[in-house]
Design a protein around this ligand. Structure first.
Ligand code: F6P
Ligand code: MG
Length: 473
């Protein structure tokens, strides 16, 4: 079911695939070991502590195998339905070695393998080695969260008092709506620049810089493909044609913490503006690519916002304390919490996990591997895929010519699929499609762009693509 174009491999020294396998993954596994060791130290139940130590050993073995370029071994069967397919594909691919494997497969395998250590345990089922890191990074995005909460509340107030509409012609109103839609989408897009799997190379200060509104404005020119207008028009048409009917938007989530926060900002805006009547969020079933959202991350985020003062001012592990929030800041955050909780309670904001999202393959397989999900997504007016990994999976992480149309590269999810796809992706991997001729070459010539050797410009999250495919026409 996959396209014929070859995929990126961890053996290719010019690709970010090899940097990932050589440098990033060992750091990520070490982080997982440290996290678990910390938790094990606090466990009083001896049996549980012993089992925790044996999982630490398994993580150590995995790291050893990776660093000594051993073969990927079949996953232990933890009873979930995806294991057979992971193992079958591993065999089909000839049991590759870590440093000569398809990047997409081996990276998914890495997280699925880690999950088996916990799912097969007695006392550690559901334990998330990345949870601590996800929460503490969310806490460190406090300045951007407060800035956005204030901005959102101001907009909601304007909408209520009709300040935005007063004295404007219908065209002006639509123009204003379009601008606001773009702003909300750009906030949501750049929230993806700061995922934790890249944190191995970014400091907290770098992250805070990436999250503010000034950074966003400065980054507008870095959106290489911007199909937001086409997406807005499709939703606007749906709003007119199905005025009183259901209009659903789906968000295939990426990272938790700040990115989930901005996804919810966008969801709340779409619902309040009447551009959608329901928003369905698709999290991951298991801890995935370090920072991806699990259902628990969703509830943890909401819980942290019930009492923002307590959350943001609690001293951290090192004893560092934080300044108190002002009354207005607390109210701004609580306003968001209130709105999101109401949407959630009213069934307008729905969380719907599916095991397909943590399978190893690309989304070209969806109609065959997860036909129920494929049919379900056809019910939606717009399916928004967030982030780099979703993008890689949409296009099979294949070595497309960068001028290949997005609609071609997403195969069965493209034209006539019945699914309207919008991808928000800050580039953190080699693959990219839909670029104008000559653009890749130009970017490669920039300092650090990679030259004729590699497509380094696309590795850091500095550049973005917003690509649309109207599968309903
Ligand atoms: O490129 C680095 C990387 O960790 C990839 O392995 C992965 O595709 C991606 O970033 C994760 O980013 P995102 O959270 O945006 O999907
Ligand atoms: Mg992610």
């Amino acid at each position: 079911f996959d396209p014929k174009t070859p995929q990126f491999l961890t053996s290719d020294p010019s690709s970010f695939a090899s940097v990932s396998a050589d440098d990033r993954w060992p750091v990520i596994i070490t982080g997982a070991i440290d996290d678990l060791a910390r938790t094990v130290n606090t466990v009083s139940d001896e049996e549980k502590a012993k089992e925790g130590k044996s999982i630490i050993e398994k993580l150590g073995t995995l790291k050893y195998e990776l660093q000594h370029d051993r073969q990927l071994t079949p996953l232990d069967d933890d009873g979930a339905s995806d294991i057979a397919s992971y193992n079958e594909e591993l065999k089909q691919r000839g049991n590759p070695k870590w440093h000569d494997a398809p990047w997409l497969y081996s990276e998914c395998y890495l997280y699925r393998r880690i999950e088996t250590f916990f799912s097969l345990s007695k006392h550690w089922k559901g334990y998330d080695v990345f949870a601590r890191q996800k929460m503490s990074t969310f806490k460190s995005s406090r300045p951007a969260v407060l800035e956005l909460a204030a901005r959102y509340r101001e907009l909601a107030h304007e909408a209520e008092t009709d300040k935005g509409v007063d004295g404007k012609s219908p065209e002006q109103v639509e123009q204003a709506e379009k601008l606001l839609f773009s702003e909300m989408c750009e906030i949501c897009l750049w929230g993806n620049a700061t995922d934790l799997s890249l944190l191995t190379s970014l400091t907290y200060e770098d992250i805070q810089k990436l999250q503010g509104s000034q950074a966003r404005q400065a980054s507008q020119k870095n959106i290489l493909v911007n199909d937001l207008e086409a997406a807005f028009n499709a939703m606007q048409t749906a709003r007119v044609e199905k005025k009183n009917g259901e209009r659903r938007v789906d968000i295939v989530l990426d990272n938790s913490g700040f990115e989930l926060f901005v996804d919810l900002i966008l969801a709340g805006y779409l619902l309040s503006a009447g551009l959608a009547t329901t928003v369905v969020l698709h999290p991951k079933r298991l801890p995935w690519f370090v920072s991806d959202v699990t259902p628990k991350d969703f509830s943890d985020l909401l819980n942290s916002m019930v009492d923002p003062q307590a959350f943001y001012t609690a001293p951290d592990d090192s004893g560092k304390t934080y300044p108190r929030l002002s009354d207005k800041e607390v109210e701004d955050v609580q306003f968001l919490f209130q709105q999101w909780s109401e949407f959630h309670q009213d069934g307008k904001l729905i969380v719907r996990p599916h095991s397909f999202w943590t399978t190893q393959g690309c989304y070209w397989r969806m109609p065959h591997v997860a036909p129920d999900l494929f049919e379900d997504l056809k019910e939606s007016e717009l399916v928004l895929f967030k982030g780099d990994l979703n993008y890689r999976k949409l296009v099979n992480d294949a070595q497309w010519d960068p001028t290949t149309p997005f609609t071609t590269a997403i195969g069965p999810l493209g034209p006539k699929s019945g699914i309207r796809v919008l991808a928000f992706r800050t580039c953190k991997a080699d693959v990219v499609v839909g670029l104008p001729a000559g653009e890749d070459e130009k970017l490669r010539q920039l300092p650090g762009g990679g030259g004729s050797e590699s497509r380094k410009w696309a590795w850091t999250g500095k550049w973005a693509v917003v690509s649309f495919s109207d599968g309903k026409v």
